[in-house]
Design a protein around this ligand. Structure first.
Ligand code: AMP
Length: 383
């Protein structure tokens, strides 16, 4: 592809915090940024040169939007794939990653089937059709297992762990009439993720592997470098690059993995965009995941993803705006983070704090990862 040079216009579909940080990285490199997002006053729109609010299914609005951009990308995978297929087929702009990547990654069943067909290690699973037999799929996979909706699932939404007969009954009730995936429950030592950038000429650069701790299925801490053997990180990076190549990604792909108690790596999920577990790169690597995505989709040389110092990223959820009763409002104690020399605060400008809503994050850098983690835990408690 020809380089899309600074001064050109990048269109971002989706206006959340990932789009905001992507827009900021693009503007630092001198690009103009247009954002397309159904909801007004979105985090990315607040920093963009232009914000368009229309539904993703409004193909006329979408066509008008993309015609004004030199390249278009997305920050969110639950965008209907069909309008994007049309845009690509009509050659209205360049769209990266290609719509087919989005189509695979936005549906758990297609994603897991793709992993299986491409020889990528994953948890054993069984598909359930819309009017399919959930109980039969559970008995094929065996207990314990996890039942997940095929569409629009993220951060543990639309999933149920099943460990006994009562759970089977509950799953049959909860997933009636839905396409779903029944997956073997994995006993893991830890969860890891790797963000891979790939350019159109096939060059891949991989960010250091993150160790992720989730609370209530939402990412809480990303610890980098991950506290696992170097060989495990190398394997995770190789799996990530294999996926980026086989999916023909231009841009980023984030790969979430389980490291099982037996020491095996299994891919859980893919995201063809910057990823929450890659936020540490903003303050800790020579190039951030956001800038790297911009470089890849614009055909620029990729930057150096090496880490400058160990880091721990902590998500700040809307919960921090409430006392422990979950009802009484308060303000987070920002000075705690701001006073700490190794900490960097990022807030997404969201007006309303709700429990579970991602409002911002902070990253603590230190000479050793254990020190960064200890400081991060202290700051989280003080917030
Ligand atoms: P997901 O929405 O698939 O990313 O799942 C959210 C979280 O649920 C993961 O990060 C894991 O902590 C947990 N989880 C999902 N699938 C499984 C599984 N098959 N076995 C064990 N834990 C799982």
């Amino acid at each position: 592809m020809a380089m899309i040079l600074p001064g050109s216009c990048i269109g971002i579909l989706g206006g959340g915090q990932l789009g905001r940080m992507l827009a900021q990285a693009a503007q630092t490199l001198g690009y103009r940024v247009h954002v397309y997002e159904p909801q007004a006053d979105c985090p990315a729109g607040a920093v963009a040169n232009r914000e368009v609010n229309a539904p993703y299914t409004d193909t006329e609005a979408l066509r008008e939007f993309v015609r004004n951009c030199d390249v278009v990308t997305y920050e969110f995978e639950n965008i209907p794939a069909e309008p994007l297929r049309q845009i690509e087929s009509e050659n209205l702009t360049q769209l990266y990653p290609h719509w087919r990547v989005l189509e695979v990654c936005q549906n758990r069943l297609r994603e897991k089937t793709w992993l299986k067909n491409n020889g990528i290690p994953h948890a054993r699973f069984c598909a359930v059709a819309v009017d399919g037999d959930v109980a039969a799929a559970i008995s094929e996979v065996g207990l314990p297992c996890v039942v997940k909706t095929a569409d629009f699932g993220y951060d543990g939404k639309g999933q149920l762990k099943v460990k006994d007969e009562a759970g089977v009954k509950e799953a049959v009730k909860q997933f009636a009439g839905q396409r779903a995936v029944v997956e073997r429950f994995i006993n893991f030592q830890c969860e890891l993720s790797v963000v891979v950038a790939r350019s159109s000429n096939g060059e891949c650069r991989t960010f250091p592997v993150a160790e992720n701790i989730h609370t209530n299925h939402i990412l809480d801490f990303s610890i980098v470098p991950a506290r696992v053997a170097v060989g495990i990180c190398e394997q995770a990076e190789a799996i990530g690059q294999d996926i980026a190549n086989k999916l023909d990604v231009v841009g980023l792909v984030a790969v979430e993995l389980f490291l099982t108690t037996e020491g095996e790596l299994l891919v859980n999920e893919l995201a063809p965009r910057p990823h929450n577990s890659g936020h540490y790169t903003l303050d800790s690597c020579w190039v951030s995941q956001f800038e790297q995505h911009v470089r890849a989709v614009c055909g620029l040389p990729l930057g150096d993803p090496a880490q400058r110092s160990p880091a721990v990223m902590v998500n700040i959820l809307g919960d921090s705006w409430f006392e422990s009763d979950g009802k009484t409002r308060r303000l987070p104690h920002w000075p705690a983070v701001l006073k700490h020399a190794g900490a960097k605060l990022h807030l997404y400008g969201k007006a309303e704090a709700r429990v579970g809503r991602k409002m911002g994050h902070f990253t603590v850098s230190a000479d050793a990862v254990d020190t960064a983690l200890a400081h991060a835990q202290d700051l989280k408690a003080l917030l």
